[in-house]
Design a protein around this ligand. Structure first.
Ligand SMILES: Cc1ncc(COP(=O)(O)O)c(C=O)c1O
Length: 419
């Protein structure tokens, strides 16, 4: 894994070089586009912009409509589209082990859109290649999967198949998996889109693919695999050796990664990646006014957001990216050691920065003070989660552990009240 680190001057030069390749709305010849630079009254230009490449991109407001790894595309913004292609290259080839140029993708509005795009691709592929109708295609996922997956199944009229997980391990229960597949077959499901997680929202858990696909194969159903790495995509491939969920596994067709989570990019930076040949299944030929037509759920989208992701990746390079992740994981390890000392029970996936505490071991007052996120708001929580992000430093962890320890001590060995 290697991509280059660039210093601030180099990044500035690349981004302003990219903007210079775009057609600027200032050019005087842009008469046909239904877009412009940002409102001059509210967003005035200033000298400081020479030092602010991302803000300059925002003010210039390039539209990255369409998919720029495929065919023809809107020529006015090719400078910043090149940066989008480069960030997709880093994600697909360096983080996820794809062969050079063997994928397509785009910067979507977020993980939700990217998951919808994936299910849309595979649904249409099953239709086109196997003649399936929508209610013959099921979406198989664990109960810990993000709600955007059942949302996508609902939007696309697919059969949602949720599989229970073991309370302790967060792995799918094999009996429940077999039952779910049998039940789906009885309801007429003849093909499966498997969604595997690289970091679930609440637990950071990572789904092992082999037992899952073995069960689908035993059920005799054709399948496609999408990996939801919205949460773990910018941490897990950097923290484990030979990450099993990657494009090196030919069974996996597509990935979601969210730069607006672990990468600390602005909101609006979900990333969708798919093997070449798949996005053609969602080409909207009716988008005739868009050069190259459209292959995305969203249509118009911010070029500045793509540049922001490129800038963050280039500010670190692979070596500092790994070091950043290692630092977060060291803090997560330290938190777990302190929880062990206090006898507080939790789930933690190795290589991930999420620690999910049994609600019964955490007084509600401490959970509220440190704004832990519960697994549910519509009833008593079973779990509270901590995500060790950049701002969750040693001092924050110390304060949390001290508050927990103080309450544990006042209990004098008695069980804690339920959270
Ligand atoms: C695993 C996972 N997938 C998808 C999403 C949806 O992402 P977004 O909120 O960017 O649409 C999330 C959000 O938390 C997530 O954790």
């Amino acid at each position: 894994m290697h991509w280059k680190k660039l210093d601030a001057d180099e990044r500035r030069a690349v981004v302003f070089g990219a903007l210079a390749q775009n057609t600027s709305y200032h050019d005087g010849h842009v008469l046909g586009l239904p877009g412009s630079f940002l409102d001059r009254l509210v967003f005035p230009e200033g000298d400081f912009l020479q030092d602010a490449p991302f803000l300059s991109c925002m003010l210039e407001n390039p539209n990255h409509i369409g998919c720029h790894t495929l065919g023809d595309f809107e020529p006015n913004f090719q400078g910043t589209q090149n940066l989008e292609r480069e960030l997709l290259r880093i994600c697909a080839e360096e983080l996820l082990g794809a062969e050079a140029g063997s994928y397509d993708g785009y910067v979507a509005s977020g993980g939700t859109e990217s998951n919808i795009e994936a299910l849309w691709v595979f649904r249409n592929q099953f239709r086109a290649e196997l003649g399936m109708t929508v209610n013959e295609v099921g979406v198989l996922h664990s109960a810990d999967t993000h709600y955007s997956v059942p949302k996508a199944a609902n939007l696309l009229d697919l059969v949602d198949i949720e599989v229970a997980v073991h309370d302790e391990t967060r792995r799918m229960c094999s009996a429940a998996l077999e039952d779910a597949l049998l039940g789906a077959k009885r309801r007429g499901v003849r093909a499966i889109i498997v969604v595997a997680n690289m970091g679930t929202t609440m637990f950071g858990s990572v789904d092992p693919l082999d037992p899952l696909l073995k069960a689908v194969e035993a059920a005799g159903l054709p399948y496609r695999v999408h990996v939801d790495a919205a949460f773990g995509g910018f941490i897990y491939p950097l923290s484990v050796d030979d990450c099993a969920l990657s494009f090196r596994d030919p069974r996996i067709g597509s990935f979601t990664l969210d730069a607006h989570k672990m990468l600390q990019a602005p909101y609006g930076t979900g990333i969708f990646l798919a093997r070449k040949g798949l996005m053609q299944h969602v080409q909207t030929e009716a988008a005739r006014y868009v050069p190259g037509t459209d292959y995305t759920v969203c249509g118009s989208r911010s070029g500045a957001n793509a540049v922001a992701v490129w800038m963050i990746l280039s500010a670190y390079g692979s070596a500092d990216g790994r070091a950043f992740v290692a630092e977060l994981l060291a803090r997560t390890d330290a938190l777990c050691i302190r929880l062990d000392e206090l006898g507080v029970r939790y789930f933690r996936e190795p290589g991930m920065n999420v620690v999910t505490l049994r609600a019964g071991d955490v007084p509600a007052s401490v959970a509220a003070e440190f704004q832990l996120v519960p697994d549910r708001h519509d009833g008593p929580p079973g779990w509270w989660k901590i995500v060790v992000m950049d701002h969750v430093d040693e001092a924050a962890v110390d304060a949390f552990v001290a508050a927990l320890g103080a309450i544990t001590a006042t209990q004098d060995g008695a069980p804690l009240p339920p959270g």
